[in-house]
Design a protein around this ligand. Structure first.
Ligand code: NAI
Length: 290
Protein backbone atom coordinates (compact mmCIF):
# COMPACT_ATOMS: atom_id res chain seq x y z
CA UNK A 1 0.00 0.00 0.00
CA UNK A 2 1.34 3.47 -0.85
CA UNK A 3 2.22 5.75 2.04
CA UNK A 4 -0.32 8.39 0.94
CA UNK A 5 -3.12 5.84 0.84
CA UNK A 6 -2.15 4.45 4.22
CA UNK A 7 -2.12 7.97 5.73
CA UNK A 8 -5.59 8.62 4.28
CA UNK A 9 -6.93 5.43 5.83
CA UNK A 10 -5.40 6.35 9.20
CA UNK A 11 -6.97 9.83 9.02
CA UNK A 12 -10.34 8.32 8.17
CA UNK A 13 -10.01 5.84 11.06
CA UNK A 14 -9.11 8.71 13.40
CA UNK A 15 -12.28 10.52 12.40
CA UNK A 16 -14.51 7.53 13.05
CA UNK A 17 -12.68 6.48 16.17
CA UNK A 18 -15.30 6.96 18.79
CA UNK A 19 -15.32 9.68 21.35
CA UNK A 20 -16.51 8.39 24.69
CA UNK A 21 -18.61 10.86 26.65
CA UNK A 22 -20.70 8.85 29.09
CA UNK A 23 -19.76 5.68 30.93
CA UNK A 24 -21.85 2.91 32.47
CA UNK A 25 -20.33 0.59 35.06
CA UNK A 26 -21.98 -2.70 36.04
CA UNK A 27 -21.03 -3.92 39.50
CA UNK A 28 -20.39 -1.48 42.36
CA UNK A 29 -18.00 -3.70 44.32
CA UNK A 30 -14.32 -3.09 45.03
CA UNK A 31 -13.44 -2.37 41.41
CA UNK A 32 -16.65 -0.88 39.99
CA UNK A 33 -16.84 1.83 42.64
CA UNK A 34 -13.14 2.64 42.25
CA UNK A 35 -13.43 2.89 38.47
CA UNK A 36 -16.48 5.16 38.85
CA UNK A 37 -14.45 7.41 41.14
CA UNK A 38 -11.65 7.72 38.56
CA UNK A 39 -13.97 8.73 35.71
CA UNK A 40 -15.89 11.18 37.92
CA UNK A 41 -12.64 12.81 39.00
CA UNK A 42 -11.90 13.39 35.31
CA UNK A 43 -15.37 14.92 34.74
CA UNK A 44 -17.00 12.00 32.94
CA UNK A 45 -20.68 11.35 33.74
CA UNK A 46 -20.97 7.82 35.12
CA UNK A 47 -23.94 5.53 35.75
CA UNK A 48 -23.08 2.89 38.36
CA UNK A 49 -25.38 -0.14 38.37
CA UNK A 50 -25.69 -2.94 40.92
CA UNK A 51 -28.35 -5.34 42.10
CA UNK A 52 -29.22 -3.64 45.38
CA UNK A 53 -29.65 -0.05 46.57
CA UNK A 54 -27.76 -0.90 49.77
CA UNK A 55 -24.66 -1.91 47.76
CA UNK A 56 -24.85 1.32 45.75
CA UNK A 57 -25.16 3.41 48.92
CA UNK A 58 -22.22 1.58 50.47
CA UNK A 59 -20.23 2.19 47.26
CA UNK A 60 -20.92 5.95 47.39
CA UNK A 61 -19.98 6.15 51.08
CA UNK A 62 -16.78 4.29 50.34
CA UNK A 63 -15.90 6.54 47.39
CA UNK A 64 -16.59 9.58 49.59
CA UNK A 65 -14.19 8.31 52.25
CA UNK A 66 -11.47 8.02 49.61
CA UNK A 67 -12.05 11.38 47.92
CA UNK A 68 -10.49 14.70 48.99
CA UNK A 69 -13.35 16.68 50.66
CA UNK A 70 -12.96 19.58 48.23
CA UNK A 71 -13.53 17.22 45.27
CA UNK A 72 -16.52 15.35 46.67
CA UNK A 73 -19.22 17.68 45.27
CA UNK A 74 -17.79 17.26 41.78
CA UNK A 75 -17.38 13.48 42.10
CA UNK A 76 -20.85 12.88 43.56
CA UNK A 77 -22.35 15.18 40.92
CA UNK A 78 -20.96 12.96 38.18
CA UNK A 79 -22.04 9.57 39.60
CA UNK A 80 -25.63 8.45 39.13
CA UNK A 81 -26.49 5.11 40.75
CA UNK A 82 -29.22 2.72 39.71
CA UNK A 83 -30.47 -0.87 39.91
CA UNK A 84 -32.07 -0.42 36.49
CA UNK A 85 -30.09 -1.33 33.36
CA UNK A 86 -32.27 1.03 31.30
CA UNK A 87 -30.28 3.92 32.80
CA UNK A 88 -27.18 2.97 30.83
CA UNK A 89 -28.79 2.84 27.42
CA UNK A 90 -27.23 6.11 26.23
CA UNK A 91 -23.71 5.31 27.49
CA UNK A 92 -20.88 5.13 24.92
CA UNK A 93 -18.86 2.68 27.00
CA UNK A 94 -20.03 0.08 29.51
CA UNK A 95 -17.46 -1.45 31.85
CA UNK A 96 -18.54 -4.75 33.37
CA UNK A 97 -17.04 -5.31 36.84
CA UNK A 98 -19.22 -8.06 38.34
CA UNK A 99 -18.00 -11.24 40.09
CA UNK A 100 -15.23 -13.21 38.40
CA UNK A 101 -17.64 -15.83 37.11
CA UNK A 102 -18.12 -16.53 33.39
CA UNK A 103 -21.85 -17.29 33.67
CA UNK A 104 -22.58 -14.13 35.65
CA UNK A 105 -20.62 -12.04 33.13
CA UNK A 106 -22.37 -13.64 30.16
CA UNK A 107 -25.79 -12.99 31.73
CA UNK A 108 -24.87 -9.32 31.97
CA UNK A 109 -23.86 -9.24 28.27
CA UNK A 110 -27.23 -10.75 27.33
CA UNK A 111 -28.93 -7.83 29.02
CA UNK A 112 -26.51 -5.31 27.47
CA UNK A 113 -27.19 -6.75 24.00
CA UNK A 114 -30.81 -5.67 24.43
CA UNK A 115 -30.29 -2.34 26.18
CA UNK A 116 -27.23 -0.72 24.56
CA UNK A 117 -26.81 1.38 21.43
CA UNK A 118 -25.48 -0.47 18.42
CA UNK A 119 -22.01 1.09 18.65
CA UNK A 120 -21.55 1.01 22.43
CA UNK A 121 -18.18 -0.35 23.47
CA UNK A 122 -18.44 -3.09 26.09
CA UNK A 123 -15.37 -3.66 28.22
CA UNK A 124 -14.71 -6.24 30.91
CA UNK A 125 -12.52 -5.73 33.96
CA UNK A 126 -11.91 -9.49 34.28
CA UNK A 127 -8.59 -10.39 35.92
CA UNK A 128 -7.92 -13.45 33.85
CA UNK A 129 -10.76 -14.81 31.70
CA UNK A 130 -10.36 -15.11 27.95
CA UNK A 131 -11.65 -12.04 26.13
CA UNK A 132 -12.35 -14.20 23.07
CA UNK A 133 -14.54 -16.57 25.11
CA UNK A 134 -16.45 -13.75 26.80
CA UNK A 135 -16.88 -12.05 23.40
CA UNK A 136 -18.99 -15.03 22.28
CA UNK A 137 -21.83 -13.65 24.40
CA UNK A 138 -21.83 -10.10 23.02
CA UNK A 139 -23.66 -9.03 19.91
CA UNK A 140 -20.75 -7.04 18.43
CA UNK A 141 -17.41 -8.65 19.32
CA UNK A 142 -15.65 -5.88 17.35
CA UNK A 143 -16.80 -3.49 20.10
CA UNK A 144 -15.67 -5.77 22.96
CA UNK A 145 -12.38 -5.33 24.81
CA UNK A 146 -10.64 -5.95 28.14
CA UNK A 147 -9.97 -2.95 30.40
CA UNK A 148 -8.07 -4.34 33.34
CA UNK A 149 -7.84 -1.69 36.04
CA UNK A 150 -5.69 -2.47 39.06
CA UNK A 151 -6.79 -2.11 42.68
CA UNK A 152 -7.25 0.64 43.82
CA UNK A 153 -8.07 2.19 40.44
CA UNK A 154 -7.49 5.78 41.61
CA UNK A 155 -3.96 5.01 42.78
CA UNK A 156 -2.66 2.48 40.26
CA UNK A 157 -1.44 4.06 37.04
CA UNK A 158 -1.73 1.02 34.80
CA UNK A 159 -4.57 0.13 32.50
CA UNK A 160 -3.93 -3.25 30.89
CA UNK A 161 -5.88 -3.25 27.63
CA UNK A 162 -6.68 -6.69 26.21
CA UNK A 163 -7.40 -7.02 22.55
CA UNK A 164 -9.56 -9.96 21.52
CA UNK A 165 -9.27 -11.58 18.09
CA UNK A 166 -12.32 -9.65 16.91
CA UNK A 167 -11.70 -6.34 18.72
CA UNK A 168 -11.58 -3.61 16.06
CA UNK A 169 -8.79 -1.07 15.74
CA UNK A 170 -11.38 1.67 16.35
CA UNK A 171 -12.43 0.12 19.63
CA UNK A 172 -8.80 -0.21 20.69
CA UNK A 173 -8.00 3.38 19.73
CA UNK A 174 -11.02 4.72 21.58
CA UNK A 175 -9.95 2.97 24.76
CA UNK A 176 -6.31 4.03 24.46
CA UNK A 177 -7.43 7.61 23.92
CA UNK A 178 -9.72 7.43 26.95
CA UNK A 179 -6.98 5.89 29.06
CA UNK A 180 -4.76 8.90 28.35
CA UNK A 181 -7.58 11.26 29.28
CA UNK A 182 -7.94 9.69 32.73
CA UNK A 183 -4.20 9.84 33.36
CA UNK A 184 -3.47 6.11 33.00
CA UNK A 185 -0.54 4.44 31.32
CA UNK A 186 -1.95 1.77 29.05
CA UNK A 187 -0.26 -1.45 28.01
CA UNK A 188 -1.83 -3.46 25.17
CA UNK A 189 -1.75 -7.24 25.27
CA UNK A 190 -3.25 -10.01 23.19
CA UNK A 191 -5.74 -12.37 24.76
CA UNK A 192 -4.12 -15.10 26.83
CA UNK A 193 -5.04 -16.54 30.27
CA UNK A 194 -4.13 -14.02 32.98
CA UNK A 195 -2.92 -11.61 30.27
CA UNK A 196 0.55 -10.33 31.17
CA UNK A 197 -0.09 -8.79 34.60
CA UNK A 198 -1.50 -11.80 36.42
CA UNK A 199 0.68 -14.30 34.60
CA UNK A 200 3.79 -12.55 35.97
CA UNK A 201 2.30 -11.68 39.34
CA UNK A 202 1.05 -15.18 40.17
CA UNK A 203 4.28 -16.81 39.02
CA UNK A 204 5.94 -14.64 41.71
CA UNK A 205 3.29 -15.19 44.41
CA UNK A 206 3.23 -18.95 43.69
CA UNK A 207 7.01 -19.23 44.04
CA UNK A 208 7.00 -17.15 47.24
CA UNK A 209 4.39 -19.49 48.75
CA UNK A 210 6.40 -22.57 47.76
CA UNK A 211 9.55 -21.09 49.37
CA UNK A 212 7.53 -20.47 52.53
CA UNK A 213 6.00 -23.95 52.58
CA UNK A 214 9.34 -25.65 51.98
CA UNK A 215 10.76 -23.72 54.95
CA UNK A 216 13.43 -21.96 52.88
CA UNK A 217 12.57 -18.74 54.68
CA UNK A 218 9.74 -17.22 56.72
CA UNK A 219 7.08 -14.88 55.34
CA UNK A 220 8.57 -11.71 56.85
CA UNK A 221 11.96 -12.41 55.30
CA UNK A 222 10.57 -13.42 51.90
CA UNK A 223 8.63 -10.15 51.83
CA UNK A 224 11.65 -8.15 53.04
CA UNK A 225 13.80 -9.60 50.25
CA UNK A 226 11.43 -8.35 47.58
CA UNK A 227 10.74 -5.00 49.27
CA UNK A 228 14.26 -4.03 50.27
CA UNK A 229 16.17 -5.99 47.66
CA UNK A 230 14.03 -5.48 44.56
CA UNK A 231 12.26 -2.26 45.54
CA UNK A 232 8.78 -3.80 45.37
CA UNK A 233 6.36 -1.68 47.44
CA UNK A 234 4.85 -4.84 48.98
CA UNK A 235 6.23 -8.33 49.45
CA UNK A 236 4.50 -11.13 47.51
CA UNK A 237 2.94 -12.74 50.60
CA UNK A 238 1.64 -9.43 51.95
CA UNK A 239 0.32 -8.74 48.47
CA UNK A 240 -1.53 -12.09 48.38
CA UNK A 241 -3.24 -11.13 51.66
CA UNK A 242 -4.09 -7.72 50.21
CA UNK A 243 -5.62 -9.17 47.03
CA UNK A 244 -7.61 -11.73 49.06
CA UNK A 245 -6.55 -15.36 49.33
CA UNK A 246 -9.81 -16.64 47.82
CA UNK A 247 -9.25 -14.45 44.76
CA UNK A 248 -5.60 -15.59 44.55
CA UNK A 249 -6.67 -19.24 44.78
CA UNK A 250 -9.31 -18.78 42.06
CA UNK A 251 -6.96 -16.98 39.67
CA UNK A 252 -4.19 -19.54 40.26
CA UNK A 253 -6.58 -22.45 39.67
CA UNK A 254 -7.74 -20.87 36.44
CA UNK A 255 -4.16 -20.25 35.26
CA UNK A 256 -3.09 -23.77 36.28
CA UNK A 257 -5.98 -25.38 34.43
CA UNK A 258 -5.72 -23.23 31.31
CA UNK A 259 -1.93 -23.21 30.96
CA UNK A 260 -1.27 -26.69 32.44
CA UNK A 261 1.64 -25.12 34.28
CA UNK A 262 2.51 -26.37 37.81
CA UNK A 263 3.87 -22.93 38.69
CA UNK A 264 0.32 -21.71 39.13
CA UNK A 265 -1.03 -24.64 41.17
CA UNK A 266 -2.45 -23.28 44.47
CA UNK A 267 -0.21 -24.50 47.32
CA UNK A 268 -1.60 -26.61 50.24
CA UNK A 269 -1.21 -23.74 52.76
CA UNK A 270 -3.11 -21.37 50.47
CA UNK A 271 -5.89 -23.95 50.05
CA UNK A 272 -6.22 -24.54 53.79
CA UNK A 273 -6.29 -20.83 54.70
CA UNK A 274 -9.09 -20.33 52.17
CA UNK A 275 -11.00 -23.30 53.66
CA UNK A 276 -10.67 -21.79 57.15
CA UNK A 277 -12.04 -18.48 55.85
CA UNK A 278 -8.74 -16.71 56.54
CA UNK A 279 -8.74 -14.64 53.37
CA UNK A 280 -6.24 -11.90 54.20
CA UNK A 281 -6.78 -8.25 55.18
CA UNK A 282 -10.52 -8.35 54.50
CA UNK A 283 -11.17 -11.06 57.15
CA UNK A 284 -8.52 -9.88 59.63
CA UNK A 285 -6.23 -12.85 59.02
CA UNK A 286 -4.47 -14.57 56.12
CA UNK A 287 -0.78 -15.39 56.06
CA UNK A 288 -0.50 -12.40 58.45
CA UNK A 289 -2.80 -11.21 61.28
CA UNK A 290 -4.33 -7.72 60.98
P1 NAI B 1 -16.81 -7.57 44.09
O1 NAI B 1 -17.30 -8.89 44.56
O2 NAI B 1 -16.22 -6.62 45.08
O3 NAI B 1 -17.98 -6.79 43.33
C1 NAI B 1 -18.78 -7.37 42.34
C2 NAI B 1 -20.10 -6.60 42.31
O4 NAI B 1 -20.87 -7.07 41.20
C3 NAI B 1 -20.97 -6.80 43.57
O5 NAI B 1 -21.26 -5.54 44.14
C4 NAI B 1 -22.21 -7.49 43.04
O6 NAI B 1 -23.40 -7.14 43.75
C5 NAI B 1 -22.23 -7.02 41.60
N1 NAI B 1 -23.05 -7.88 40.74
C6 NAI B 1 -23.03 -9.23 40.64
N2 NAI B 1 -23.95 -9.65 39.76
C7 NAI B 1 -24.58 -8.53 39.30
C8 NAI B 1 -25.64 -8.31 38.39
N3 NAI B 1 -26.26 -9.32 37.78
N4 NAI B 1 -26.02 -7.04 38.13
C9 NAI B 1 -25.40 -6.00 38.75
N5 NAI B 1 -24.40 -6.15 39.64
C10 NAI B 1 -23.99 -7.40 39.92
O7 NAI B 1 -15.77 -7.88 42.91
P2 NAI B 1 -14.49 -7.03 42.47
O8 NAI B 1 -13.33 -7.39 43.30
O9 NAI B 1 -14.89 -5.62 42.30
O10 NAI B 1 -14.21 -7.68 41.02
C11 NAI B 1 -14.96 -7.31 39.90
C12 NAI B 1 -14.20 -7.74 38.65
O11 NAI B 1 -12.95 -7.05 38.63
C13 NAI B 1 -13.86 -9.23 38.60
O12 NAI B 1 -13.93 -9.66 37.28
C14 NAI B 1 -12.42 -9.27 39.14
O13 NAI B 1 -11.71 -10.38 38.68
C15 NAI B 1 -11.86 -7.99 38.55
N6 NAI B 1 -10.71 -7.42 39.24
C16 NAI B 1 -10.65 -7.40 40.61
C17 NAI B 1 -9.55 -6.83 41.25
C18 NAI B 1 -9.47 -6.77 42.73
O14 NAI B 1 -8.38 -6.50 43.27
N7 NAI B 1 -10.56 -6.97 43.46
C19 NAI B 1 -8.42 -6.26 40.48
C20 NAI B 1 -8.64 -6.27 39.04
C21 NAI B 1 -9.72 -6.87 38.47
Amino acid sequence: MSEVRSQKIHRREDKVHKRIKKIGIIGAGTMGRGIAQVFALYDYPVVLVDEKETILQDALNNVKSRTEPELWNKVSGHIETSTNFEKIKDCDLIIEAVFENVDVKKEIYNVLNKVCKNDTIIATNTSAFSINKLAEAVEKPSCFIGMHFMNPPKVMKLLEVIKGEKTSENTLKSILDLSKKIGKTSAVVNDSPGFVSNRLLFALIGEALRLLEKGISDKEDIDAIMKCGMNHPMGPIELADFIGLDICRNIMTYLYESLKDERYKPTPMLESLVKEGKLGGKTGEGFYKY
